[in-house]
Ligand binder design. Sequence first.
Ligand code: HMG
Ligand code: MG
Length: 313
Amino acid sequence: MGARDVGLPDRAPAEGLPDRVTIWEVGARDGLQNEQAVVPVEVKLEFLDRLADAGLDTLEATSFVHPGWVPQLADAEELLAGLRRRDGVRYPVLVPNERGLDRALAAGVEHIAVFGSATEAFARRNLNRSLDEQYAMFEPVVTRARAEGLDVRAYVSMCFGDPWEGPVPAARVAAVGARLLDMGCSQLSLGDTIGVATPGQVEALVRELAVEGVEQSVLAVHFHDTYGQALANTLAALRLGITTVDASAGGLGGCPYAESATGNLATEDLVWMLEGMGVETGVDLDKLADTSAWLAGRLGRPSPSRVVRALRG
Ligand code: HMG
Ligand code: MG
């Protein structure tokens, strides 16, 4: 500890930013889906509870995917059954198909997310479907979920580059996103699955989406931090009017079907920047950093988050 309290940044409000940002915390899903070892369900439950206690109100909890494809999240039913739900906290889950929706409905979920791909290669690897076939898989999920009163988010992966196909045209991403929104999804999260984007690409994609009639208000951003660009890209997105940002406590994360994917933007790094710029997050950074340090201990390696390392060594 230096001469001043370094537990929080000094505040210097910046122009052109929203007053408040919603953090869509994906640590328990995107973070833990990529761990080598399966994390015990009790640890996951404590993790989620501590995240809620730190003030995060949107906690992506798990995925109802094929348990053979993602064994790390095969305990989805058990997790939902053990969840200590808190008032005002949403617990969305990933659902790829009708079988997943049946399971999610039986577990009492209220918010789901389908996850599409902007590229053929990743659609096949991640969903065992072609780019076109993914729509046929999602359509009945979105329709049935809406009829059941569920809220449905859509992800698009590989928005800014794909390890097999290389550059991904923004117009194609925008077309995929618009099609998922047309199905009835309420929000579109733009995934930089392998963390290669830079801010100009974010601006170009948001422009393309506007051409497709997609407003910033329905957009969220989901940056992995492989090349250290996640915060810069987030700031670009905020300046474009996007107010929902996906992040993962401690910077956990990755996708088992995209080898070059590393951790998500760390929630602590995001909160540090936002608090410093005077943007409300509702998050207690101290409790959050404690949670990530605790989980890093359970996982047996240090948190990749720069802020967690700075605060908790
Ligand atoms: P498939 O093998 O083509 O499935 O997998 P299928 O429809 O042919 O069914 C085969 C068998 O699996 C059937 O059983 C189904 O019932 C069963 P059988 O009749 O043979 O006994 N089955 C299921 N069982 C339980 N739950 C289910 C389910 N579905 C089928 N949901 C499938 C297709 C989509 C299921 C598979 O490819 C899959 O699970 N993929 C998920 C991969 C994944 O979770 N990836 C990580 C998340 S995406 C991500 O991380 C990116 C993101 O963070 C954004 C970004 O960073 O860009 C969101
Ligand atoms: Mg991801």
